[in-house]
Design a protein around this ligand. Structure first.
Ligand code: GLN
Length: 544
């Protein structure tokens, strides 16, 4: 029988609930317990695919093509599993499903209500994941904070689960923040007491409280929370801010959370083995020489918009025993101030995914700068479109080549809508999404990175390389190093006369894992680390 761990958040959002959930997964997995994870998002969008990154941060794409919350990326990286559409449930999905059933006549004669119809639909999603994944433990994170209006049906559903599957099979974990008052120099527990009261009001008594704080949490504070919130003393777990997110499982393990969960749910567990994880954190905390990487994008003010890209860069740097000095460059600033001013010290340039025309010319300038100065370049989806447009402008001797996404009437539409996208009107969930195969061309940078000839990678796009330009750009030095198996779609391209300028139509960042960097990121950093920019000193060789 599957056991469930429900995680709620108190006081404020953005305290790292997702990382905590992912870390609980890590420590259970380290005891050979099988785990699956689900994120409940209370907003009414069916999925985050239509939201601006400013609203939501990155949209994480699963192998089966679901556009999901960025927390799923953390779950995948921490637990090393490939999740599916079943792992992200939104209010939008729940209400659409209930209303569709009502229209079909499934509830003929009845009045459709939040309790029981909506809550039943929610619980079915829990059980579906449990059944499909066959995991011993399903960890379910309720997005938002206790007290949010939209979150109420989800909280009611998790409350009902205690009776549905039995008290011994569910565990409620509350992640809260202890604010620090500078004037009195103390951590305050009152907001936590209030959010626990709010939970109790709807019938949920937390079993474990995880306390986030930027400051050390004293024994007295733990006692106080234990007393006021009626939680075992050892179930009040302090989680102070740490220097790398990958340290969180170690902190929680140290505080005894793993054993506590095993005991409370009576799980069959093997002795914990977090040795690889410990090694990873030791390396992360003692990074080598930094490699200067410039990320040129449109949404750089919000780092979460490129969450997986940043993680993938760190995984790659770790592989080479290096650190990353990541500069976030707004592509509009490149338009305004020029490439040299902003990219002079970059040893590698990365242009990630994105939508819409704003900032495109700045990205094209950055690609041109990379090509002309032999700087390693990695283009991801939109970054590939940018590289193709830039190269076409150079090779065809015209400023007009463009993507029809940005200029519908360009005489040189080097990037154009995928044929199957031409008649699509609905925006939600209609892109080319999820895993597709890609055949690599021997002798290319891409093939040497992957070390195999057929790979599957995750996609999220409407536009693609226009085959009408294949031969003309090919003659000028563009290599089509990855193609769909039928040869029709360009999936990876690179430049013959450049040491490493490689772009892909897919999103390799989603598949990167700590300890197992994605091959393209790994080789990008591998080349970039040895680039010397103007004014840089070669490292002093140590005498043997
Ligand atoms: N806007 C481009 C497209 O739709 C690229 C998308 C992306 O970078 N994910 O094809």
């Amino acid at each position: 029988m599957t056991k469930y761990i429900f995680i709620t958040g108190g006081v404020v959002s953005s305290v790292g609930k997702g990382i905590t959930v992912a870390s609980i997964g890590t420590i259970l997995k380290s005891r050979q317990i099988t785990v699956s994870v689900q994120k409940l998002d209370p907003y009414l969008n069916v999925d985050p695919g239509t939201m601006s990154p400013y609203q939501h941060g990155e949209v994480f794409v699963t192998q089966d093509g679901a556009e999901t919350d960025l927390d799923l990326g953390n779950y995948e990286r921490f637990i090393d599993v490939n999740l599916t559409a079943d792992s992200n449930v939104t209010s939008g999905q729940i209400y659409s499903a209930v209303i569709a059933k009502e229209r079909r006549g499934d509830f003929l004669g009845g009045t459709i209500q939040v309790v029981p119809h909506v809550t039943t639909e929610i619980k079915e999603r829990f059980k579906k994941l449990a059944q499909k994944s066959q995991a011993e433990v399903v960890i379910i994170e309720v997005g938002g904070t206790v007290g949010d209006i939209e979150g109420q049906p989800f909280l009611e559903a998790i409350r009902q689960m205690r009776n549905d599957v039995g008290r011994d099979n569910v565990l409620y974990v509350h992640v809260t923040l202890l604010p620090y008052l500078t004037s009195t120099q103390e951590l305050k527990t009152k907001p936590t007491q209030h959010s626990v009261n709010e939970l109790r009001r709807i019938g949920i008594q937390p079993d474990i409280i995880i306390c986030r704080s930027d400051y050390p949490i004293s024994e007295g504070i733990r006692d106080k929370i234990s007393l006021f919130c009626d939680v075992d003393r050892q179930a009040v777990i302090p989680l102070p801010t740490v220097s790398t997110i990958y340290e969180v499982p170690l902190v929680l393990e140290e505080e005894g959370l793993g054993q506590l969960v095993v005991d409370k749910l009576s799980l069959k567990a093997q002795p914990t083995d977090l040795s690889q994880w410990r090694e990873l954190v030791t390396c992360l905390k003692a990074p080598g020489e930094p490699v200067n990487i410039a990320l040129v994008g449109k949404y750089v003010e919000l780092k979460d918009a490129y969450f997986s890209v940043r993680e993938a860069l760190y995984h790659a740097a770790l592989y080479h025993n290096r650190d990353i000095n990541l500069t976030w460059v707004a592509s509009e600033a490149v338009e305004r101030d020029g490439s040299d001013a902003l990219l002079r010290s970059a040893q590698g340039i990365i242009v990630p995914g994105g939508f819409g025309v704003r900032g495109i010319e700045g990205m094209i300038k950055a690609a041109s700068y990379a090509r002309n100065n032999e700087i390693p370049y990695l283009g991801l989806c939109l970054g590939m479109h940018v590289m193709v447009i830039e190269f076409a402008r150079y090779a065809l001797g015209s400023a007009e080549p463009n993507s029809t996404e940005f200029d519908a009437s360009t005489p040189y539409p080097v990037i154009d809508l995928l044929p199957e996208q031409k008649n699509i009107e609905n925006k939600g969930g209609t892109m080319r999404l999820g895993n597709y195969p890609c055949q690599l061309v021997q002798g290319s940078h891409a093939a040497s990175a992957f070390g195999q000839s057929l790979v599957y990678e995750r996609h999220r796009h409407r536009f693609e390389f226009n085959n009408e330009f294949r031969s003309r750009l090919g003659e000028a030095g563009m290599v089509y190093s990855g193609l769909s198996p039928d040869g029709k779609l360009v999936e990876v391209c690179e430049l013959a006369n450049h040491q490493w300028m490689v772009s892909c139509q897919f999103h390799p960042e989603f598949g990167s894992r700590p300890g197992r960097p994605h091959p393209l990121f790994r080789d990008f950093i591998g080349i970039a680390k040895d680039i010397l920019r103007e004014g840089a000193q070669p490292p002093l060789l140590s005498f043997k």
